[in-house]
Design a protein around this ligand. Structure first.
Ligand code: HEC
Ligand code: HEC
Ligand code: HEC
Ligand code: HEC
Length: 479
């Protein structure tokens, strides 16, 4: 019952080149599958075994998703050439495309496909340390599910044949987690895994700084729940509920996934901003700042033209580049649902942070630390909360409230708002609050809002706000 997700896409025809390269590479690559050498499970804990070890028609590479417990065609979905669900299998291949060659040339790299500053996110982390991991597998299964050395042998034993009892499956899953399988059904764990590559981390080779973007790397945009659905290769059926949450009817809480994702990325951003990633040469790292505050036209004439738009959410004097506050705005919309006290604290510390940016580095770092602590508390509150069926409507209303839309003055924040509403709409469908038909009727409005943030250079705040409000009114009417 997965509905068609929105227009989220990278700009550019480069994709096609990527697909073709990958299609050819995987023809070659998958001819050479080989199994990891046998060692004891404890010896292997933490070691990578490679995508080949997950393949095989009795494992995860069936042609049809009709497996007894899990679909078993996960490999096929991960490789799907015409869909974002296949993006991770192509992640290394794109390092050989024209765009990557262009980036490499600008950065003075001999070859992007072997450059550590690219491999950190475009292949399975830890790949270079282990011969079983092939670069041309791109971001393989173990990038997310964790190195399989400790659990590859035991995790399927007994499960494939018998439709087991729920509680037994649950116990088995817990044992797998003990052996190193990552608990990706947990929003906090999942968000941390994705954010390493879809925002950046302190680890070597996992950061796209402004220099890399200036050299041609796409801007990184991310929303946990939407992106999870775009790459999903599993089904949440009765036994999934048993395995992951200990009850047949239990399902992923998409509103929670969205909220924890927002908090995680913001926490990561503030942490990295305070770290050595926050500075490049004598400059603050521009990655953390609102791109369009610098990248605008200049008017220098008798009758000046203002290209900026006042933003009540940022009390930073005119003339500075403000922090990229896309996730801050989303959190501000969601915070009240978790705790009114934390919502007020977030508002106060946000204001203090923007203000401190104009003081000096030490003051900005101090304020970032304090704000980050509030965000961490909010993340924990979201992770502990089970969102009620009306919360999604409350959130859509909050994101679209006058107080919030006045803060959508830049491209990144506006894009985040559309992704948020898209996610919330699909969570309303999956929780049965609204029908697929009703959601489909709103699709066109959401797509128009995506259209208004598709092209950074033609983004106009007022026009965005108009189409966005129309989409949100249509959702509110379904209440
Ligand atoms: C912090 C992780 C990270 C690092 C480091 C990184 N990338 Fe990326 N890259 C991404 C992500 C995530 C995307 C996908 C963006 C999206 O679709 O939201 C991407 C997308 C791309 C694309 C566009 C792919 C396409 O399908 O058109 C190219 C090309 C690319 N990266 C090249 C590079 C090169 C070259 C380097 C090194 C100079 C590099 N990347 C370093 C995370 C990273
Ligand atoms: C980009 C991260 C990522 C990659 C790469 C990835 N997965 Fe997943 N996978 C997930 C997430 C997130 C889920 C849903 C949460 C969960 O059930 O663990 C999931 C779910 C699954 C499930 C269902 C688990 C269950 O108990 O029902 C299977 C099976 C699976 N993945 C196998 C694979 C295989 C095989 C590959 C490689 C071909 C792979 N995954 C690659 C993130 C990933
Ligand atoms: C090891 C790094 C890494 C991790 C971890 C990772 N990704 Fe990615 N992801 C990438 C790269 C690189 C790309 C771009 C590849 C390309 O363009 O071919 C990408 C692309 C995607 C895309 C396609 C985006 C588009 O515009 O088509 C989705 C969706 C996605 N990732 C979701 C996730 C989710 C959800 C998680 C966490 C469960 C995750 N990723 C974890 C590196 C990673
Ligand atoms: C504080 C100001 C500032 C901010 C904020 C900023 N940039 Fe830049 N950007 C620059 C400067 C300065 C250059 C370098 C121009 C040069 O090298 O000639 C540049 C160059 C670029 C280029 C190369 C463009 C060209 O014509 O050569 C791209 C692409 C780019 N930035 C993207 C971004 C993105 C994406 C963001 C937001 C994440 C961003 N910038 C944020 C100041 C900024």
């Amino acid at each position: 019952m997965k509905m068609a997700m929105g227009q989220w896409r990278n700009a550019g025809g480069q994709k096609l080149i990527g697909f073709l390269t990958v299609a050819m590479l995987s023809l070659i690559g998958f001819g050479f599958f080989w199994a990891a050498p046998a060692r004891s499970a404890s010896e292997n804990q933490g070691s990578y075994t490679g995508v080949a070890s997950c393949a095989g028609s009795t494992c995860h590479s069936r042609m049809d998703g009709d497996g007894n417990v899990v679909r078993q065609d996960e490999l096929k979905i991960w490789q799907e050439p015409s869909s974002p669900s296949g993006a991770h299998s192509r992640a290394w291949a794109v390092l050989n495309n024209n765009r990557s060659r262009f980036i490499a040339r600008n950065l003075g790299l001999a070859d992007a496909a072997s450059a550590p500053m690219c491999l950190g996110c475009h292949v399975t982390n830890g790949a270079s340390a282990n011969g079983a991991v092939r670069l041309d597998d791109g971001v393989g299964c173990e990038s997310c599910h964790g190195p399989a050395g400790g659990w590859i042998a035991s995790h399927y034993a007994g499960v494939l044949n018998a439709p087991s009892v729920g509680a037994e499956m649950r116990a088995k899953h817990m044992a797998n987690l003990q052996a190193g399988l990552r608990k990706l059904e947990d929003p906090v764990v999942r968000a941390g895994v994705c954010a390493d590559c879809h925002f950046g981390s302190a680890k070597d080779g996992q950061f796209v700084n402004h220099r890399m973007m200036a050299a041609g790397h796409p801007r990184i945009g991310f929303e946990l729940d939407l992106f999870s659905q775009l790459q999903a290769h599993h089904q949440e059926d009765a036994d999934y509920g048993w395995r992951k949450f200990g009850a047949a009817g239990a399902r992923t809480d998409h509103v929670q996934m969205w909220a924890v994702g927002q908090a995680t990325v913001l926490e990561r951003s503030l942490d990295l901003f305070r770290s050595k990633r926050g500075q490049d040469g004598m400059f603050p790292e521009f990655y953390f700042l609102d791109c369009h505050s610098c990248h605008r036209r200049i008017f220098d004439q008798a009758q000046p033209v203002r290209t900026g738009v006042d933003n009540v959410g940022r009390n930073l004097p005119e003339g500075y580049a403000p922090y990229n506050d896309e996730n801050l705005i989303m959190l501000a919309a969601a915070a009240r649902l978790a705790s009114p006290a934390l919502a007020s604290e977030l508002a106060a510390r946000t204001a203090e942070f923007h203000r401190a940016m104009a003081v000096d580095r030490a003051a900005a770092n101090q304020a970032a630390l304090a704000l980050g602590q509030t965000v961490a508390k909010l993340k924990a509150a979201f992770a502990a909360k089970s969102f009620s069926s009306t919360d999604a409507f409350v959130l859509v209303d909050a994101i679209a409230s006058r107080a919030m839309t006045a803060r959508f003055t830049d491209y990144a924040g506006s894009q985040q708002a559309v992704m948020g509403v898209d996610t919330l709409l699909s969570s309303m469908v999956s929780s049965g609050q609204i029908t697929i038909g009703a959601a489909a009727g709103i699709r066109a409005d959401i797509d128009r809002a995506y259209g208004a943030v598709k092209e950074p250079n033609s983004y106009k705040p007022a026009e965005f706000q108009t189409v966005f409000e129309r989409a949100v009114r249509a959702i509110a009417a379904l209440k």
